[in-house]
Design a protein around this ligand. Structure first.
Ligand SMILES: [Zn+2]
Length: 128
């Protein structure tokens, strides 16, 4: 079992129907932001390997998970250094989780801008 989901299901979560739903792993640490999973959080768990190579399911908040594939808000807006701009992918002064929440919100409101702009028609898989 590779991924499981917990909490509210977002339509944007690809392959969500193939993921078993589990109770939120309250108190466990998100592998991206380092904050704990609290009651009411949503997200996924993914198989990770411990030092002894045993497998273990570790959680990631949904926004933190979305941030891993859509990039930071400045990346989505095309102003980050990875897009030829001058900004860091995430705005300064935010925690990792706050930046992830902002990036996920931007993505859910505006979609994936690369699909609509410079990568349009270049054989890029649709995010829809
Ligand atoms: Zn997180």
């Amino acid at each position: 079992m590779v991924m499981q989901r917990f909490g509210q299901v977002w339509d944007s979560l690809a392959a969500k129907d193939d993921m078993p739903e589990i109770d939120a792993p309250i108190g466990q640490i998100c592998t991206r932001c380092g904050e704990t999973v609290e009651a009411g959080d949503s997200g996924v768990t993914m198989m990770t390997f411990e030092d002894d190579m045993s497998g273990c399911q570790r959680p990631m908040h949904h926004a933190c998970f979305v941030r891993t594939f859509v990039g930071g808000v400045n990346h989505q807006r095309g102003t980050s250094f990875s897009c030829g701009g001058a900004d860091d992918p995430d705005p300064p002064g935010l925690t990792v989780r706050q930046a992830a929440e902002l990036a996920a919100k931007e993505y859910l409101i505006h979609g994936f801008p690369h699909k609509k702009t410079e990568m349009k028609g270049k054989n890029v898989p649709s995010m829809e």
